[in-house]
Design a protein around this ligand. Structure first.
Ligand code: SF4
Ligand code: SF4
Length: 360
């Protein structure tokens, strides 16, 4: 049985520390002989905690307080916010994570400052191999490409900077990317513990351009896939809506997941338009498939020409000519990375007419 611990919490209070105490006690063997422990939050971009884009700083603080009771190991924190990795300092400041680390005396590292490791077909930061345990501090958010992002997807941040773009190139489809990310997670499954910050979650056009929502969910488990599958069901979505679950379900059936306690939640998150699935009869699908799409479009008045979108685009569909950033819709592969990284809200997602008709 894979145990998933649950709690309903509507504020970032010391109840999180109590919850973490209980979870860490039940998994105390993971701390045996640990010398270095990595805290891996979600630091996607420069957003304040109330936006629900990044792991909440008080969530981090209470987990650190609990960890210090369970281990003398050195704690360090690292992440990579994709193409935005050069702005790491600003992200730490805006998210409040930097201040908590200063106050709790936790060293902060950029994932890119460790040499990349190539193993079993995956490329990831060497920091993951240097530590004895990874405390995965994921955020509950919707995701335009993978449906939801929770514990498994948070391991994607162990891939250095723009190398993430290569994963999108190799796995342009959301289901394939989800399965690849699950494969990456499995490299660390035996040396990780997962806690999910779903107190303020993120819905709609996630993982960064949607809206914060008070969901009141706190979850934890030694198996990241089990936590994600359990939360997907709690949200009322079919398990495969979160595409990292597709591969996880081959390792673990839903009947093998035990909720502790068996709490009932009355929440759902608004799905991103691009992640809504199309269920059409084959004869319509054949005719309409190419006409059903969601493509990004730049709002020129808002664009500050930071070029983060261009650096994130594996399809070379974004150009910067004569001072104007533009998207070539024909070249676009609908990965939505540009939409995710734009901190100026200068990219909107536009649905085709057929998408509006067929996808609700
Ligand atoms: S669209 Fe956004 S990410 Fe791209 S250059 Fe403009 S402001 Fe930067
Ligand atoms: S234009 Fe945006 S959505 Fe299209 S392939 Fe490039 S990054 Fe992905």
């Amino acid at each position: 049985m894979a145990e998933v611990y649950l709690e309903k919490i509507y504020e970032y209070s010391s109840d999180i520390e109590y919850f973490a105490d209980n979870f860490f006690s039940r998994n105390s063997e993971k701390f045996n002989d640990c010398e270095k422990i990595l805290l891996k939050p979600n630091l996607l971009q420069s957003a304040p905690p109330e936006k629900g884009v990044t792991t909440h700083p008080e969530f981090l603080r209470f987990v650190i307080k609990s960890l210090k009771k369970h281990t003398d190991a050195k704690l360090l924190l690292a992440d990579s916010p994709g193409a935005n990795f050069e702005n790491f300092g600003k992200i730490l400041e805006t998210s409040g994570i930097g201040q908590v680390c200063d106050e709790e005396n936790i060293g902060i590292y950029r994932v890119e400052s460790f040499p990349p490791v190539e193993k079993n077909g995956f490329v990831y930061s060497g920091i993951a191999d240097e530590v004895d345990l990874i405390i995965n501090l994921a955020k509950l958010k919707t995701h335009s490409l993978t449906g939801l992002t929770m514990c498994v997807k948070n391991f994607f941040g162990l891939i250095p900077g723009t190398s993430k773009v290569g994963y999108h190139r190799r796995y342009p489809d959301g289901s394939d990317l989800g399965s690849a990310v699950y494969g990456l997670y499995k490299q660390f499954a035996g040396k990780s513990l997962n806690l999910l910050d779903g107190i303020i979650a993120h819905e709609g056009e996630g993982p960064s351009r949607g809206k914060p929502v008070m969901a009141g969910v706190l979850a934890a488990g030694a198996d990241a896939g089990a936590v994600d599958i359990a939360i997907t069901k709690i949200l009322g979505f079919e398990s495969e809506f979160c595409t990292t679950n597709i591969e996880a379900l081959k390792d673990l059936s839903e009947s093998k997941i035990k909720l502790i306690p068996e709490l009932k939640f009355n929440i759902t998150l608004k799905k991103p338009v691009a992640a809504r699935r199309v269920h059409l009869p084959n004869f319509i699908k054949k005719y309409a498939a190419e006409k059903i799409y969601v493509k990004p479009e730049i709002i020129q008045e808002k664009c500050i020409k930071c070029l983060l979108c261009l650096k994130s685009c594996y399809a070379d569909a974004i150009t910067f000519d004569s001072g104007v950033v533009e998207i070539n819709k024909d070249a676009c592969k609908e990965c939505f990375c540009c939409h995710e990284v734009c901190e100026s809200d200068a990219i909107k997602l536009k649905r085709s007419i057929m998408h509006r008709i067929f996808v609700r």
